[in-house]
Ligand binder design. Sequence first.
Ligand code: GDL
Length: 492
Amino acid sequence: MGTVHQLPLMSASPPGLSGWSLDILLDQPDRGRGGTTPVLPFLTGVIEGFYGRAWTHAQRVEMLDWIAAAGMNSFVYGPKDDIKIRARWREPYNAAEAAQLRELVEEARARKLNFMVAIAPCLDVVYSDASDFAALQRRLDQLLDLGVRHFALLFDDVPPTMMRADERAFPSFAAAQCHFANAALDHLKSRAQDVAMLFCPTEYCAAFAGRDVPASAYLRTLGAELDPEIGVFWTGPDIVSEAIDAEGLRELAAVIGRKPVIWENFHANDYDIRRVHAGPLGGRSAEILDLVDGFITNPNNEFEANYVPVRTTGLFANGEGDEGAAFATALEAWQPRFRLAFAEAGETLTREEIRLLGELFYQPFRCGPEVEEVLQTARRLLGEQRPDVRDHRWQAGHDALVEFRDRIRDLFSRMTELENRDLFYAFHPYLWEAREEITHLVTYLDWLAGDPPAGTEFPHRDRIYNFYRQGFTVAVQELLPRDASGRYRHGR
Ligand code: GDL
């Protein structure tokens, strides 16, 4: 920890990239002090590190613009289902893929960003097998030849078990990974001097370490055996952490012998097809920045939904601690993307409409402040056994919900007219559902407001039936009882 950054030797820069690392270092804000990896500054940026459909090449290039505009410095290319990153990590990139990677190297360089490529050999690697290490070397060599200098070795989401051959060769799973990663870094350094490597451990959050980080033999082995120049990713207490606090980070750093680089899953949505997160980063206070070596976000699969997540992550990483202020700044910058087709030149959705969109699909643990208020009103209206619908407060609440439904309907139809179709499609399924549900709720409140005689049933119950998701997965989910928060509540 506290390593002083050494400037990379310019002679080691890839052809045509001479001097770029120096530019990057000089351009970094003062938060360069962590520095596990000697050639990298405090890392801020985006990792395309989710499961499912990856972004397109054009989107990646655009993401580089977003990262730069957000005042961040890095992009990590690591989509889990890029077959050559994980499932077929031994296969070389073909000519077309290599050309795109080379272009990304150049596009990142033009914006003075670090470009990092992930390799995830964890599904089937035999750490002690020389031919597997040779395969890794071939991949690293190919990437080096394309101009890549920064690498991420990922060992996440695999069982912590070893192949028989490895059990004979290494005292533990962690020792095997350390050996492999250290050898990879040595290889990189034998080829170039301005190289850097990050490592994603198999225990990458406190939950995976049994919520007792100091007692984790796995993490302690990393601390003792992983080359101190290799940066270590960490997602916080959980895979998707509601909060990341200073105490947990201090504890972790003492165990792994370096500050972690946060792999931020706050805005990720690959684990839940019902949600998208277009609100600001939250639940993290600025004091944690001194306890980490970087802050990299792994956001939504839907590229266009990530504008506010990326911008507010950048604001946070640059010291903006106020979630509401960051949200407002990001919305303003996002607005030009909402141009309407066939409208007066330059007409966009209004700031209020865009704010509503962001608030409806806000964060993994809550909706935006105004939406939460509306939900509170709805709970109040429905909480009464037999509401007095002539009561002024009840009527005002009903009116507020009617108005809210109308705003969502209007937003939905205005979104259908966006010139940027990807932006529309990114939100379409979610917005559709929001509109249907609020419409149903208001229909029910309208019925209640008519003061139906006691004992009558809401006549629209059949209308709603087909809105709800059904099919195999839902049938399985319904087999095991859960509580309102989604936690399983079943035993023997
Ligand atoms: C994970 C995966 C990541 C995924 C995320 C959210 C890490 C280190 N790995 O477990 O690829 O997108 O959760 O589902 O977070």
